[in-house]
Design a protein around this ligand. Structure first.
Ligand SMILES: Nc1ncnc2c1ncn2[C@@H]1O[C@H](COP(=O)(O)OP(=O)(O)O)[C@@H](O)[C@H]1O
Ligand SMILES: [Mg+2]
Length: 308
């Protein structure tokens, strides 16, 4: 593991901040970016029972917030989550993880907005991390810098090392939260759930369309997050021009609630969109005709450990 860590540090130190944007373009659709964050809570190492997706306004800035009541994470895992080149996920109790490449959080969060802050509460510690393109631009960073800060469970600060003090200072200066009290209030929001542990992610500087509005429509349906038609047209494959008269757009493409309802074949986590439960659609049960086809990639035997 030490060798790996050295390699990862090497990799991280050579990544330009611009890579955060480049890397995010793997998500052509905003909902797949959101799915990365949902998957992380659903994965067996976190095994959240609930996942909340909301729009929230912090200091007049429209943000997306994601919260789960899973196991939370400690300082080291937080650091890995915000950095590149790590994933130590393994199957737990026979449940295969979805994430195995260690890139979901970075690509997903940075697809949705330029800046993300993560609050987490595990059984033993609370910590805060920030991955912010705005911050990296403002300090003219030449490589990606990840900020992490650890709180002890009491309100008083656990005075850790200088790095952490510097992280806290920069988080307060460059995030939307300007005091420790404000930061702690977000951590408290996690513990108000029954599990007392979990993770809360706030993304701001949301991506905007060419006309300057956010790519999400929060107004049409108070209990949904929708993709407006102009965004739909802008993002759709230009080689397949839309024929408005005939083209039918499935709800799951433009409604986050509909998208979440079909996300998992085996739902084991309740997703809440803007305070309302998402009703899972068991796809297999809603189809008129079902045929099962088992597919096994030919190269599976040679490449042990590859999960499709
Ligand atoms: N909601 C969460 N709660 C606890 N840990 C998380 C959460 N999201 C991400 N993590 C941790 O961060 C790591 C990196 O996540 P990600 O970038 O999506 O890569 P991957 O899922 O492929 O490991 C995960 O392996 C997990 O340890
Ligand atoms: Mg993941």
């Amino acid at each position: 593991p030490y060798l790996l860590t050295e390699h990862n540090t090497w990799l991280q130190n050579r990544l330009s901040p611009k890579f955060l944007h480049t890397n995010s373009t793997s998500h052509t659709w905003p909902f797949s970016a959101i799915a990365e964050l949902i998957d992380n809570a659903y994965d067996p190492d976190v095994s959240a029972k609930r996942f909340w997706i909301d729009k929230t306004v912090v200091k007049d800035e429209v943000c997306l917030s994601f919260m789960d009541n899973g196991n939370g994470l400690d300082h080291e895992t937080m650091h890995k989550m915000l950095s590149f080149g790590y994933s130590d996920k393994i199957a737990l109790n026979g449940l295969e993880p979805i994430g195995i490449y260690g890139n979901g959080f970075k690509s997903g969060s940075m697809r949705l907005g330029k800046d993300a802050i993560v609050f987490s509460k595990s059984k033993t510690v609370s910590c805060i991390g920030m991955l912010s393109q705005t911050y990296l631009e403002m300090i003219d960073a030449k490589q990606i810098i990840v900020l992490c800060h650890l709180f002890s469970l009491t309100i008083s600060l656990l005075s850790v090392n200088e790095d952490q003090e510097a992280s806290l200072r920069d988080i307060l200066q460059y995030s939307l939260f300007k005091s420790q009290v404000e930061l702690l209030a977000e951590i408290d929001a996690i513990s108000s759930s029954t599990a007392k542990t979990g993770t809360r992610i706030i993304i701001w500087n949301l991506r905007r369309t060419s006309t300057g509005s956010t790519e999400f429509d929060f107004g049409t349906d108070r209990y949904d997050i929708r993709i407006p038609s102009e965004v739909y047209e802008e993002l759709s494959d230009p080689s397949q021009p839309l024929n408005r008269a005939t083209s039918y757009v499935p709800e799951s493409v433009v409604s986050l609630r509909a998208y979440c309802s079909i996300l998992y074949l085996k739902p084991r986590m309740q997703v809440m969109v803007r305070g309302q439960k998402v009703k899972s659609q068991l796809i297999a049960k809603s189809l008129a005709y079902i045929r099962k086809d088992y597919y096994k990639p030919m190269f599976l035997d040679q490449q042990n450990g590859f999960h499709s």
